[in-house]
Ligand binder design. Sequence first.
Ligand SMILES: Nc1ncnc2c1ncn2[C@@H]1O[C@H](COP(=O)(O)OP(=O)(O)OP(=O)(O)O)[C@@H](O)[C@H]1O
Ligand SMILES: [Mg+2]
Ligand SMILES: [Zn+2]
Length: 220
Amino acid sequence: METCGKCDRGYLLIRDASGHEQAVECECRKQIRLVVAMDEAGIFPEFRPYLDPQCKTPGMSREQKDVHKAVQDYIGDLKARVVVGDGFYLYSAARGTGKTTHLLMILSVALRAGYTVRNIHWWDLMRVMITEPDELEAIKDVGVLMIDELGKEGAKKETDFPRAMFDYLLRHRLSRLKPTLLASNLEPAEFDEKYGTGVKSLFTKHIRVMPMHGVDWRGT
Ligand SMILES: Nc1ncnc2c1ncn2[C@@H]1O[C@H](COP(=O)(O)OP(=O)(O)OP(=O)(O)O)[C@@H](O)[C@H]1O
Ligand SMILES: [Mg+2]
Ligand SMILES: [Zn+2]
């Protein structure tokens, strides 16, 4: 690794008055570690400029404002919300309204606060479920889990597999009071149709369902 100029290999050598030496991680190395952790957690570069909860957002609809406020409240009370397993289900058929960005805000703050976090696209999650049992074990129990593009199977004909897997994963996390954040293009009713009422009924108690129609931020 290239050294930063202020330190050598990421550590500063601190010596106190009695001559005790300590190696202390430098700020730039901490910054690098955070970026690496964000990469590994699925907090992608595209969204990073917008993850400060105070970040200025393009014009927002009523629903977008409500979600923004709900996310800010969650972040303001992070520890208490995480410990009871509070989560979200943000949805809009429309693209680019900020669902992913808002859930990543929570993930990014939780990461800095020391929780294990992971954002995974629904397709990747299905692949992991089929071919990577060890990774699935890790994902099941992360401190805060985000599943993006939920319900986007891409195939016309649904199989029972995604439904059963999602049901399993969500129940696993709900019973352990672990937060799950979900973003989807499916309305709750459509979701229900695809995944069964048993799963949707779990939402009301632990997962706040919020519509997020409004301004397409990609178009602004
Ligand atoms: N505060 C902001 N200012 C400007 N652009 C932003 C801001 N926050 C997010 N964006 C950008 O807006 C785009 C759309 O946001 P986002 O991806 O969160 O929407 P989405 O609802 O998840 O869309 P989709 O349904 O397509 O997944 C992203 O490319 C993101 O980089
Ligand atoms: Mg998205
Ligand atoms: Zn340094």
